[in-house]
Design a protein around this ligand. Structure first.
Ligand SMILES: [Zn+2]
Length: 153
């Protein structure tokens, strides 16, 4: 699976358009305990399916990941807000047997979010982006930050 970082807005739009207007599933042949089995694979899946699965429950589909490259100490960068589409169609688990967004905010663990929950979070990210711009504007506009309240020297 490849990871996309520092992607252009155009590339993100293309990924989202592919995911939101899915074409027909394709068929892939996988190996389950040495048996060749043909299963449906969603059009957004980029997983190679080249592993040998123990059971059908282990079969999963994943899109490419998107992430935000963020600046870190002394010019280093970190990946944040990593997300991909995933599904375990035979898992018999209501949280994973339908496509969901696997979301890892800070390189720790993946949350499993519904499209509605992830859209609500994306709205928060957009609002945070405006707050970040406003923070920079405090310096670039020459405005002085509000004085601390309750501090007596
Ligand atoms: Zn697949």
């Amino acid at each position: 699976m490849s990871t996309i970082s520092n992607v252009s807005a155009e590339k993100v739009r293309a990924i989202l358009a592919d995911a939101s207007t899915p074409g027909p599933n394709r068929q892939v042949t996988i190996s389950v305990r040495g048996q060749q089995v043909t299963v449906d694979c969603p059009p957004w899946c980029t997983h190679p399916h080249d592993e040998t699965y123990r059971t059908l429950d282990d079969v999963s589909h994943h899109s490419d990941e998107i992430s935000l490259t963020t600046p870190s100490y002394r010019g280093a960068t970190e990946q944040a807000l990593t997300a991909r589409l995933s599904v375990w169609p035979f898992a018999d688990d209501p949280e994973t047997d339908h496509p969901f967004i696997a979301f890892d905010a800070v390189g720790d663990e993946y949350a499993q979010l519904t499209p509605a929950a992830f859209t609500a979070f994306a709205d928060q990210v957009i609002a945070h982006g405006y707050a970040l711009r406003a923070l920079a504007a405090v310096i670039t506009s020459g405005a002085t930050p509000a004085p601390r309240s309750g501090v007596e020297l």
